[in-house]
Design a protein around this ligand. Structure first.
Ligand code: HPA
Length: 306
């Protein structure tokens, strides 16, 4: 099989037949969050089957398509059809859509997911802006030979989630009237939801929410030095392991769908930089930092700088 770099270049060429723009931000939609796509202006939809080498998803509530459009006036690319470990995909395949968006020029990634809460202060429908994560999926998309064009052999993970974007998301979520927290996400491979002892373990390990996704994509993005905003929507709460209410995929999608429109507006507000212009540590307007990148991406159609 061709290496991933070559396959990504072929995928980029296919996308260029439909769309020429350079997205600045990439967004990965979590379960129940597909309606975020409705926030896009001037949307163009590309089916994954029309893109060479693009992997197909089988997960309920995930459709296997890419959307291009504008959010708050910014060109964005949206993945509707995340790939999961429990579908049988290897980690390199799971991060293919994210690496494709990086190849297309994104400098910022927003990852969203539905998650179960083990923090007893959380309720269904709350938003958790991620501060950190714990990878218990027993694998990494960076395993194997490193492609130095994508990033270093040993990437730093001291700041997996971007503090400025997280601050913006907190403010925007409150403005939307959402209950919002900062928290730690832990990923297991699934597809089973956790047993009582597993939920207890997740809490003891220091996580606030648990899910089956997101971490591989964040690792791939940080490998290529992309800024990441991570947001979980709490679909169920494991407050008392001795009396779990039980959950199902349908419950998860139904609960998360209710807050999805508000979460879409939060993402739009973060990208617009409508929330405080004077965040601690922020020096310039959010968009200024993108000028050189847009220039680079428009002038260079190869996937990663060699
Ligand atoms: N566990 C794992 N993944 C999930 C959960 C959960 O409780 N809820 C939604 N996704």
């Amino acid at each position: 099989m061709q290496d991933q770099h070559t396959r990504l270049n072929a995928s980029v060429e296919c996308i260029r037949k439909f769309h020429h723009g350079t997205p600045v931000a990439g967004i990965v939609l979590g379960s129940g969050l597909a309606s975020l796509a409705d926030c896009l202006d001037e949307a163009i939809v590309i089916d994954g089957c029309d893109i060479r080498h693009y992997p197909q998803t089988t997960a309920p509530g995930h459709r296997g398509r890419l959307l291009f459009g504008k959010l708050s006036g910014l060109p964005v690319c949206l993945i509707d059809g995340r790939l999961h470990r429990y579908e049988g995909h290897d980690f390199e395949t799971i991060v293919y859509p994210v690496r494709l968006m990086i190849a297309l020029g994104i400098r910022l990634l927003v990852v969203s997911n539905a998650a179960g809460a083990v923090n007893r202060n959380y309720r269904s429908g709350d938003v958790v802006v991620l501060d950190d994560h714990i990878n218990l999926m027993w694998g990494s998309p960076l395993r194997g030979a490193n492609d130095d064009r994508m990033g270093p052999r040993f990437p730093d993970m001291s700041r997996p989630y971007d503090a400025e974007l997280a601050d913006r998301a907190m403010v925007a979520s409150r403005e939307e009237g959402l209950r919002v927290h900062r928290g730690v996400y832990l990923a297991l491979s699934g597809p089973t939801y956790e047993t009582p002892a597993e939920y207890r373990m997740v809490r003891k390990l220091g996580a606030d929410v648990v899910g089956m996704s997101t971490i591989p994509e964040v690792i791939a993005a940080r490998h290529s030095r992309i800024r990441v905003l991570g947001m979980s929507v709490v679909s169920n709460v494991a407050a008392d392991e001795d009396d779990l209410a039980g959950t199902s995929g349908d419950d998860v999608i139904a609960t998360v769908s209710r807050v999805a429109p508000a979460v879409g507006r939060v993402v739009a507000a973060v990208l617009a930089g409508r929330v405080p212009e004077t965040l601690p540590g922020s020096t310039s307007s959010f968009l200024d930092g993108f000028a050189d990148i847009l220039c680079f991406a428009q002038n260079d159609r190869t996937v990663f700088r060699s």
